[in-house]
Write a protein that binds this ligand. Structure first.
Ligand SMILES: [Zn+2]
Length: 345
């Protein structure tokens, strides 16, 4: 039996009405592959934090400035990748007027597709759905000083020079960029998981490659999943996870190490931290995790299986919406109208 099949009983057969106390935590290390820009108002987002968690030990106790990847900068690109997949399979539509039309983050959200139901929406008095995906700001493992660089870009004209019709172009752009190979340890959580929802959220983590400012178009990142835990409660924060990894690495001598080593330490730290949490938990890591990820990747490569899984997900999301969600009222109204029409004949 495949690992995914073995895990199936851990999931809800349908989206439950109320939070059930079932959580899947994805432990990951986000790893920059080029020069992402995570900024508001022209400067990179940073925060002063303690380097590690220890109260003793000079290195761990020191305050350092860390780069910050706000929650929205993580989840928005992942949602967009998922929505793109649903459209490419013809399960949702970008064409207004079509039955399965959904517009992201607007009054025209459909309130019933997997994106609306899993990641949530809020459209004033037209209804809201709380997100079932929890995430929070992520912090760079390494300090800001060694993790960024400011670049000045000249924006040449179409002929490739800095002058146009004899005049110098004045389009120089000064932008603070995150450097390649900076890591952001994170925990992303899915509550009340269905099997298909789990595949969807995990797939979005594996398939999202671009984060940060759209204007830069250089924000490639890789998400290394280093553990997946099934728990009956929430667990430690991104900052705590980052600080614990910092301590583990500095105990070994150096915090600036290759990604392979960060992954290894992060996996061990996730297990150790989980053991201290007041929750029941099962963690999948190491070889078991590798084969699970292989299975999930295999599913994303197989159109027929992917289509079946995502179609089931869409049905479950719609059923939830019509039974407990924002579509209940609309459905009632439609039924009432039908009944009235029926009685007037
Ligand atoms: Zn939708």
């Amino acid at each position: 039996m495949s690992l995914l099949e073995k895990l199936r009983p851990q999931f809800h057969a349908a989206f439950p009405r109320l939070a059930s106390g079932n959580y899947v935590h994805f432990f990951l290390v986000r790893h920059s592959q080029s020069f992402p820009v995570f900024q508001t108002d022209g400067v990179l987002n940073t925060a002063r934090t303690q380097a590690g968690l220890e109260s003793e030990g000079e290195k761990s106790r020191q305050l350092i400035t860390r780069l910050v990847m706000f929650k929205r900068k993580q989840v928005t690109p992942e949602r967009l990748v998922g929505r793109q997949l649903l459209r490419s399979l013809g399960l949702t539509s970008a064409v207004e007027g079509e039955n399965n039309f959904c517009e992201y983050n607007s009054q025209k959200s459909c309130k019933k597709c997997p994106d609306c139901i899993i990641y949530g929406f809020g459209i004033g008095d037209k209804g809201a759905e709380r997100s079932k995906v929890y995430s929070d700001s992520a912090f760079s493992l390494s300090p800001y000083e060694t993790s960024h660089r400011s670049f000045t870009f000249n924006a040449p004209s179409e002929n490739g020079t800095m002058s146009e019709k004899g005049e110098m172009r004045n389009s120089i752009n000064d932008l603070d960029h995150v450097l390649p190979e900076v890591t952001f340890p994170s925990v992303e959580t899915l509550r009340d998981p269905t099997f298909e929802g789990f595949i969807y959220v995990l797939g979005n983590l594996l398939r999202t490659r671009r984060y940060g400012g759209q204007e830069s178009r250089t924000g490639t990142m890789t998400n290394h999943i280093i553990g997946i835990a099934f728990c009956d409660g929430e667990v430690f924060s991104n900052l705590y996870f980052t600080q614990a990894i910092y301590d583990a690495l500095s105990a070994k001598g150096d915090t600036q190490v290759p990604i392979g080593e960060v992954r290894q330490q992060a996996a061990m730290v996730a297990e150790n931290c989980l053991r201290k949490e007041p929750v029941r938990s099962t963690i999948i890591s190491g070889n078991e995790l590798d084969s699970l990820l292989e299975e999930v990747i295999g599913m994303y490569q197989d159109e027929a299986r992917l289509r079946t899984t995502m179609s089931t997900l869409c049905q479950k999301a719609q059923t939830y919406s019509e039974t407990y969600g924002a579509l209940v009222l609309e459905k009632k109204k439609a039924e009432k109208k039908k009944a009235e029409q029926g009685s007037s004949i």
